[in-house]
Design a protein around this ligand. Structure first.
Ligand SMILES: O=C(CO)[C@H](O)[C@H](O)COP(=O)(O)O
Length: 262
């Protein structure tokens, strides 16, 4: 086991491990995208290997599909699965109502479709992702490349009309070129600092021609599992109102480190 794993990676690992314990035999599970979700795929692969857990994963990105394949987690498409028991995914921010900002890894479109098609969405996060108000993390908005500058201008106009004070909008780049998502779209990042009414903003953004989807996940997340660097794990369930405070031993097997590519 690498001795130099950072506290943040330990926090991501323990959150992922606790969430993977929620998976039952024969479930169909949405597999999120990002560094925390990658820990989840590794922990899930362990259960498949060690316990013979029968699970079918629905990946939310090409990256996650590739990792699942490498680690031997059976996967299918959303069209095949149609409906899922659970999705486990990371987030860039979550608020007290478990509303989220997602899309830091540019997979928000597939992530939202898969999470919405699931009985339960479980978010796994290190404690730094918890905020009282969303918006410090730039809000990703997926737009089609055709006429993206017009779409950007329309987004800016809408932010003025909504009296949003901080409204810098930038095109996400990948080196010199625009970043292209798995669905061949672009991402606009909205630097808003704080979002007063996330529900309203999410609805208004999706009315703009050229906008495919936005990274606000409203009323989608059911459970958040918050990991800490010392092994403490807090699980909050928005439906039952219950909070569980526990620990996960940081004792991953060597196997789990075989694919630390992120
Ligand atoms: O929304 C996402 C990808 O589109 C990720 O879940 C989000 O960016 C969190 O990533 P990480 O776990 O690496 O912090």
């Amino acid at each position: 086991m690498p001795a130099d794993l950072s506290p943040i990676d330990k926090a991501k690992f323990v959150a992922a491990k606790r969430a993977v314990d929620l998976i039952e035999d024969r479930m169909t599970v949405g597999l999120g995208t990002g560094s925390t979700a990658a820990w989840m795929v590794r922990c899930l692969a362990e259960r498949v290997r060690e316990e013979g857990l029968r699970v079918t994963g629905v990946p939310t990105s090409r990256r996650t599909a590739e990792l699942a394949r490498q680690l031997g987690v059976p996967i299918t498409t959303l069209d095949d699965a149609k409906w899922l028991d659970m999705t486990i995914d990371g987030a860039d921010e979550f608020d007290p109502a478990l509303n989220l900002i997602k899309g830091g890894g540019a997979a928000l479109l597939q992530e939202k479709i898969v999470a919405t098609a699931s009985d339960q969405m479980v978010v796994i996060a290190d404690a730094a992702k918890e905020v009282t108000q969303l918006g410090a993390f730039p809000l990703p908005v997926e737009v089609i490349p055709f006429g993206w500058q017009t779409t950007k201008a329309l987004v800016e106009e809408m932010l003025v009309a909504m009296d949003v004070m901080n409204r810098d909008v930038t095109l996400r780049m990948n080196g010199e070129a625009p970043l292209v998502t798995d669905e061949a779209n672009y991402i606009l990042d909205l630097h808003l600092k704080r979002i007063g009414n996330p529900r309203q903003l999410a609805m208004v953004l999706n009315q703009i021609p050229g906008v495919v989807e936005n990274g606000l996940f409203i009323d989608i997340c059911d459970i958040v599992v918050i990991g800490h660097g010392d092994g403490r794990v807090v699980l909050r369930d928005i439906n039952s109102g219950e909070t569980e405070d526990g620990r996960v031993d940081f004792a991953p097997t060597d196997n789990i480190f075989t694919d630390l590519g992120d």
